[in-house]
Design a protein around this ligand. Structure first.
Ligand code: NI
Length: 189
């Protein structure tokens, strides 16, 4: 496994329309493993293959819910005062050649971010629910109704497969403000 470099705006490769996976082989398994490692390392909840420069229709998602069965962990990382965190439960999901079916007419607004647009967050409106059809690593087809954060996240990741970033859902004014802020943050770093 290896952590791969995450492409960031304005890298033009992020505008690539990704192509369907045809070979369900070991190379695909390595790609998916690397994508998980890269996403966890960057504290993301979703990653599309094109974000590591591979133009294939492959997504990984892990919404990492808090684990109700785990013991809370003592934490002194933030400024010395100790408090507890509920540990996160890993829930890795793999979507190969995903398709969105019947997006709802009703919309939901979530504050989105993206590993390719670091430190920028903005409200985006998307269909509240959708059905998703995809293949797993063996090429078996799955179908599931998605709602809540999963519906939002998978639609965000599906956009990457079409070369679209979440900031393109914003007004031009808001998008330009976001990109300027990113430029400033980069200069300061
Ligand atoms: Ni993204």
């Amino acid at each position: 496994m290896a952590i791969r470099e995450i492409l960031e705006v304005p890298d033009s490769r992020l505008k690539t329309v990704s192509t369907p996976v045809e070979k369900f082989d070991d190379e695909l398994k390595v790609l998916v493993e690397d994508m998980f490692e890269t996403m966890y390392d960057a504290n993301g909840i979703g990653l599309a293959a094109i974000q590591v420069g591979v133009p294939l229709r492959v997504l990984v998602i892990d919404l990492q819910p808090e684990d109700p069965d785990a013991e809370p962990e003592e934490c002194t990382a933030h400024g010395g005062h100790s408090h507890t965190h509920q540990p996160l439960k890993k829930e890795p999901r793999i979507f190969i050649n995903p398709e969105i079916l019947d997006p709802a007419d009703e919309f939901n607004v979530y504050q989105e971010g993206c590993l390719s647009v670091p430190d920028i967050y903005a409200d985006v409106e998307r269909p509240k629910t959708c059905r998703v059809r995809w293949k797993d690593l063996e090429g078996t087809v799955h179908l599931e109704e998605m709602e809540g954060l999963m519906a939002t996240c998978i639609q965000h990741e599906m956009d990457h497969l079409e070369g679209i970033l979440f900031i393109e859902h914003l007004s031009r004014l808001k998008r330009n403000m976001a990109l300027k802020k990113l430029e400033k943050l980069r200069k300061a770093a």
